[in-house]
Write a new protein. Structure first.
Length: 356
């Protein structure tokens, strides 16, 4: 029987299914500046959305920190214990001076923000099923698997969100991960290696980190990109393969890892997509989900330039202006997904009867 978790308690019905907490942001004596990651980008996204009057503090869902008990749904106790060593966290976050800090400081200043973002992804999974869509303004730690972190990813939030749904939400038994971060998502790939319930599409720069050949075996639809790939080719590939993936496997939930490190000039991504190209990409994925009435959960993942926060905000505003995310849809989505589920359950019952 699943443990009791606060992450699945229903938020106020007036909230948009956009999940965030000020605790997402990593600020500590300038340490965050030693990694190319903009460790305050999540808060900046929210500020842009407030300026544009899309949201207000009382309209968004406040993320809660994932507890050890929550994390153990996927992670091994051994792995969580390893994070009590500062040098291990320094390796995972790629910020070497973290190794010299007392671990209680590392827990509070580095790992708590990542645990809160992880809680946010788990919460957004249930919200997406209830309301048709959800966005966690953080999360997307796709290099972390049940027993190994890396690449700034200390908790396997994508795996956790999906496993939580499989265990706790009736009618969710199939998931598709669409991973469009510039890097291969080797964490969730290792976690779902032999799980037929999870279909993984991954489009990434083939020449960069992590180059995990073993994990690639879990990818059902692999799109390996060349250095400097630009908008036209990229968007055509994304469109073709997202459509193909959703035609090949009908999921109950789509988890969309919307990394912005594909942006031209990103120091780690090595691709050359324009800000408009990123906005268009997100639109393509949401339209594909909407046309099939499949709930979609978006996480923001990688993106290592100061301008990425503005682009993420612009993309969310664009999805809203096109009616791909809105309050009414969120309310209708809840009712429609329940009806859809009843129909699917009846169909299953009927097919099992006719087989007998």
């Amino acid at each position: 029987r699943p443990h009791r978790t606060e992450l699945y308690e229903d938020p106020p019905s007036g909230c948009l299914p956009i999940v965030y907490s000020p605790d997402y942001n990593i600020t500590f004596m300038g340490l965050e500046k030693l990694h190319p990651f903009d460790a305050g980008k999540w808060g900046k996204v929210i500020n842009f959305l407030k300026e544009e009057k899309l949201i207000a503090d009382d309209l968004i869902v406040q993320a809660r920190e994932a507890t050890d008990e929550d994390l153990l749904v996927v992670h091994t106790r051994r792995y969580l214990n390893k994070l009590k060593w500062s040098f291990v966290v320094a390796t995972i976050t790629e910020i070497p001076p973290v190794a010299f800090l007392p671990n209680f400081v590392v827990q509070r200043k580095v790992l708590k923000p990542l645990r809160t973002q992880t809680g946010g992804t788990i919460m957004a999974g249930k919200l997406a099923v209830d309301r048709g869509w959800a966005i966690n303004v953080g999360g997307g730690f796709h290099h972390c698997s049940s027993d190994k972190g890396g690449g700034f990813c200390a908790y396997a939030d994508i795996t956790l969100a999906i496993k939580f749904l499989f265990e706790r939400v009736q009618g969710v038994s199939r998931a598709t991960i669409i991973d469009l971060d510039a890097h291969q998502g080797n964490g969730h790939e290792r976690d779902f290696m032999d799980d037929p319930r999870v279909y993984i599409m991954d489009a990434y720069n083939r020449y960069i980190y992590p180059g995990d050949g073993f994990a690639k075996r879990a990818i059902k639809r692999r799109v390996e990109l060349e250095w400097g790939t630009e908008d036209t080719e990229y968007l055509q590939k994304v469109h073709t393969h997202v459509e193909g993936a959703l035609n090949e496997f009908r999921p109950d939930i789509i988890v969309y890892n919307a990394g912005t490190d594909i942006l031209d000039g990103d120091p780690l991504g090595g691709l050359a997509i324009s800000p408009q190209g990123i906005v268009k990409r997100d639109e393509v994925v949401f339209k594909a989900a909407r046309s099939r009435r499949v709930p979609i959960l978006m996480v923001t993942s990688g993106g290592y330039q100061k301008r990425t926060a503005r682009i993420i905000a612009d993309s969310i505003l664009n999805l809203h202006s096109l009616g791909l995310i809105d309050k009414e849809l969120a309310a209708r989505g809840a009712a429609a997904s329940r009806v859809d589920q009843m129909i699917r359950d009846c169909a299953k019952d009927f097919s099992s009867l006719s087989l007998q």
